[in-house]
Design a protein around this ligand. Structure first.
Ligand code: SAM
Length: 279
């Protein structure tokens, strides 16, 4: 598809406030389609279909495609571009307001996949929405900023490892499918991009009694990345019934060296620490 021509013919100017950077390069589109492992039975939610470059390929490969676009000006173009397909439904809606349970009941028989070149200004809320709805979303293949891709699959100890890495990896396996340069888009974004595949799981990587406490511990540890885990927790962990002097004992029971920095702790270690704090 000639994106520049479509934009010219329909008088469309990319709206940067909506994160509009339309894909022009075929290679990342093909990589996304392949990574999504599509077959005729699959239902796919596409977030932000834009001018439909990816949508058309999804329609060719999946059973049903629901494309949710916030920009009303793009809807007629999108409908025209996908008019030959019977398995597409275009919805004008803000994805963050979308009720995924209702979407499933209305359009898909069972859980579905998400394939999208995401609007970068809302990448994290969209990814967290998918994690929260992991009983509905089985797999997501999404284009994100390269820096976010690195955070999503970061391991403990590196500068990219943080709350987003833990929140996603607790319930998903993440792999980077390919990196994509700025010139693949019209207009080019300021940052490089990458396609990630997120395989969601129903059960967390580590079973735990109190997930809210786990995340409070994680937030406290990353709130002061330069401090030792002991000092970060003493300074930031505010919990009823847990005074700072209980933190040393909990670290010891969890088998964690208190002089380590929080960013070196694995998900398993954070879970052990949260469990020790409950005792
Ligand atoms: N899929 C197209 C492509 O690859 O060329 C467009 C991708 S562009 C990076 C992001 C798209 O998300 C734009 O079409 C934009 O209008 C849409 N968008 C932005 N915010 C949205 C929201 N809250 N809900 C749904 N779509 C949104």
């Amino acid at each position: 598809m000639d994106i520049k021509r479509i934009m010219r013919e329909h008088g469309i100017k990319a709206d940067k406030r909506l994160g509009q950077h339309f894909l022009m390069d075929e290679a990342p589109i093909a990589a996304m389609i392949q990574a999504a492992e599509l077959n005729d039975d699959d239902g796919v939610l596409e977030i932000g279909p834009g001018l439909g470059v990816l949508t058309v390929k999804l329609c060719e490969r999946a059973g049903k495609v629901v494309a949710v676009e916030k920009d009303r000006d793009l809807i007629p173009v999108l409908k025209k571009i996908t008019r030959d397909f019977k398995n597409i439904c275009v919805i004008k809606e803000d994805v963050l307001k979308l009720d995924l349970e209702l979407l499933k009941d209305r359009y898909f028989d069972s859980s579905f996949k998400v394939v999208a070149n995401l609007p970068y200004y809302i990448t994290s809320p969209i990814i967290m929405k998918m994690v929260q709805n992991r009983h509905l979303v089985e797999l997501a293949v999404v284009m994100v900023q390269k820096e976010v891709a690195r955070r999503l699959n970061a391991l403990p100890g590196g500068k990219d490892y943080g709350i987003l890495s833990i929140a996603v990896q607790l319930y998903a396996d993440v792999d980077i499918v390919c990196e994509v340069g700025k010139d693949a888009f019209m207009p080019p974004p300021k940052v490089d991009s990458a396609v990630v595949r997120i395989r969601l799981k129903q059960r967390p990587q580590v079973m735990m009694e109190d997930e809210a406490l786990f995340f409070k511990v994680v937030e406290a540890a990353f709130g002061e990345r330069r401090k030792t885990v002991r000092n970060a927790l003493k300074g930031r962990l505010v919990l009823p019934g847990i005074s700072p002097d209980k933190i040393d004992g909990a670290l010891e029971r969890a088998g964690i060296d208190p002089t380590r920095r929080g960013e070196t702790l694995s998900i398993q270690e954070f879970a052990r620490l949260a469990s020790a704090l409950r005792q």
